[in-house]
Design a protein around this ligand. Structure first.
Ligand code: HEM
Length: 328
């Protein structure tokens, strides 16, 4: 299911940024979409790769890694510039993120240069797609390994939303158990397990340790989320734990403070809505009797499942109802 989750999250970000869709919905044979899909696939593969020549500079003589990455960066820049140029040429202003950034460029041209705008688009794609897709994959895998939790979430959705209309963004507040499933997934499987590296801007003392200015600090959120001093039965997937007031305050899957994830609201909404829609629309089962392998992959910048998720599903009656209503 990983490629489907990636298509969803990339569409979500690029539609917000540029009002375009490159996956599904008739884009299969579109040449521009094909080109962008290929480019994004290359960026995803290269994104988490290490460069041995950083540690053994002599390897520069034998690998063409840097040359290849520079070429890829050039193609990415060309693509981002084409998105900006296209929006700039539009006669009527739209409501996409690029439209708003170009308006700011008119009033503050020294700050909102094309380079800054392209940087913002790129960070949205890099930080906002793999992370949400990975969380969805962990959440779905947890549900398949815990059919009782899946059943409880289905009952909540059926009772709160009904069997005639699809769940919408504003319904999420009526689904606390579904929200707790997402929190419990982020606790056990934070896709950025060491957050991002932070640099001490001044000398400071952390928990009794002297930390000199310039030290790189990594926070092990994964270990904090499984600390038996903080959580009861920390290794157990138990969404009910978040029914206790204040438990969610202990989560740090998005970091804490000024440099915490600015996309956390979007990510939580997208993951909860997508998960809710999958539960509402389909009956889900594991492919075999065995529990799913929940080991983590050793590769990549985000923490992914070592074994990509495969599952079986059967449409629930609501799908036919919605299809009948959309093409009478
Ligand atoms: C489940 C999904 C996500 C998770 C678990 C996640 C997690 C994180 C974490 C742990 C950090 C570093 C915080 C720190 O070191 O203190 C971060 C930073 C960041 N995230 Fe997310 N993120 C997710 C989705 C998103 C989305 C959807 C976007 C944007 C659309 C986004 C944009 C960013 C950006 C721009 C930063 C860097 C912020 C800075 O350096 O000031 N993230 N995220």
């Amino acid at each position: 299911m990983r490629p489907m989750f990636m298509s969803l999250t990339i569409n979500n970000i690029i539609r917000m940024v540029a009002g375009k869709r490159y996956y599904g919905d008739g884009t299969e044979d579109d040449n521009e979409a094909k080109h962008v899909r290929q480019l994004i696939a290359e960026v995803v593969v290269s994104g988490g790769a290490g460069n041995a020549a950083d540690y053994f500079p002599i390897l520069r003589w034998v690998t063409n890694y840097e040359k290849r990455i520079k070429k890829l960066a050039g193609r990415v820049d060309e693509f981002l510039q084409s998105l900006v140029n296209e929006k700039r040429a539009d006669k009527v202003k739209g409501n996409t993120m690029i439209d708003h950034l170009l308006s700011l460029q008119e009033t503050q041209p020294d700050y909102y240069t094309d380079v800054i705008i392209k940087g913002i688009i790129l960070v949205m794609i890099l930080a906002g797609t793999d992370t949400s897709a990975g969380t969805l994959e962990w959440a779905m895998s947890n549900l398949l390994n815990h059919p009782d939790v899946l059943q409880k979430a289905k009952t909540e959705i059926d009772n709160q939303i009904g069997l005639d209309s699809l769940i919408e963004e504003q319904d999420i507040v009526k689904l606390p158990y579904l929200q707790n499933i997402v929190s419990e997934t982020l606790r056990l499987y934070p896709v950025a397990p060491m957050l991002l590296p932070h640099l001490a801007s001044e000398d400071c003392v952390l928990d009794g340790y002297d930390v000199p200015r310039g030290t790189i600090i990594l926070v092990n959120a994964w270990a904090i989320h499984r600390d038996p001093k903080l959580w009861e039965e920390p290794g157990k997937f138990k969404p009910e734990r978040f029914e206790k007031k204040g438990e969610d305050k202990k989560l740090m899957a998005f970091g804490i403070g000024r440099r915490a994830c600015p996309g956390s609201g979007l990510a939580q909404r997208l993951v909860t809505l997508a998960l809710g829609s999958l539960i509402q629309s389909f009956e889900w089962e594991r492919v075999g009797e065995e529990h799913l392998d929940m080991r983590e992959s050793e590769k990549g910048t985000t923490m992914r499942k070592a074994k990509s998720l495969q599952a079986m599903c059967r449409a629930r009656p609501i799908v036919q109802k919605i299809l009948d209503a959309s093409c009478p």
